[in-house]
Design a protein around this ligand. Sequence first.
Ligand code: NI
Length: 194
Amino acid sequence: MHRKRSEGENRLVAAPPQRRQLVLEPVSAGSGGIGAWSAALTDCRTRTLKAIAGIDQNELDWQAPFWANTIGTLLYHIALIEADWLYAEILERPIPEDLKAILHLDDRQSNGELTSVRGETANQHEHRLARVRQDFRQALASMTLTEFRRIRHLPDYDVTPEWVVLHLMQHEAEHRGQIVVLRKSFKQIDRSAT
Ligand code: NI
């Protein structure tokens, strides 16, 4: 006989102990569905900031034996890539000078690896990420849905801002996963050395 499951029986993983609101609250600005995309970007960033909460300088600059990029390198890269897609693809204009000043290093070195970033504090990284995001949110807030879905024709590809937002969230999430592994590895190696 078919039995109706009671609430909570429909899931395969244990529910978190505290009730959370798993809802995208569209920010007031932004027309059509853009507000929800903006909220999704914020959700993605919140998870990244949580992943680096309480990080110290040794962790930021640690070079893992199995991986070229430090956490500091990855945080710089996340900010730079977001600024690049925002200005080159979405806004189709040069990056403003004040933003360029905090993104002065190229993304990659001549050997193709990400440019190594060390010695920058967590505050500097967080400020850079926030500064880029401020421009991004402003751009989305004043954008019509038509503009959000207007195809930009670049030399090598055609792209819409809507796709850029999806891409940036995936990009940041992939690097966040690396950051989490690096932090765990740092703690384990640090512990095994003492
Ligand atoms: Ni990347």
